[in-house]
Design a protein around this ligand. Sequence first.
Ligand SMILES: [Mg+2]
Length: 201
Amino acid sequence: MKRSGGKRIYVDMDDVISKTTDTYAAIVAREFGKQARFEDLSSFDLKKSFGLTDKEFCFFFDLVHQPEVLLAYEPVEGCVSVLSRWARQGCHIDIVTGRPPSARDASLAWLDRYQIPYAAFIMVDKYNRTAKDLSTIITKDQLMQRQYDMAVEDSREMAFFLANSMTVPVMLYDRPWNVQPVEHQNIRRVCSWQEIDGCSP
Ligand SMILES: [Mg+2]
């Protein structure tokens, strides 16, 4: 067991600590009658992965960001115990999410429900998709002013941004939408929180 005291760690929320996309195939099947398996979600663009029209995707995006849906997600196996131990060891854990500003209260309630420790909860416009509301959300340029010793992400795009623009070592959580080979000295593919714990700084 490594000690991570004093380190500053960036932890993404969806599909890193929250089992979010696991629930989407059932929602899409129920709402639109379209079938897709989690394993087949080869694009980070869910509209493309599920074959949704613009209108269907807007409906879906609103639906999956409703408080009752956000609160129902299960934690990813192992994350609660690893993050709790890191916090006890003095780590500063920032939960850094690309969720829209409307998801703030439910996201904080979810972290509280599972007693996931964090020093800061940060909403970033990771994918240039939300209207700018600078009172509750920061830009990637603003994120760059923060320093991290390690990051855990499942977005390839964000992993490369962190590794290149912020020179942060990144654990890329293996997901169907990021399976393309990553050859970068600052990015390491990981498949579980046990593995992340083993390679933490
Ligand atoms: Mg994510």
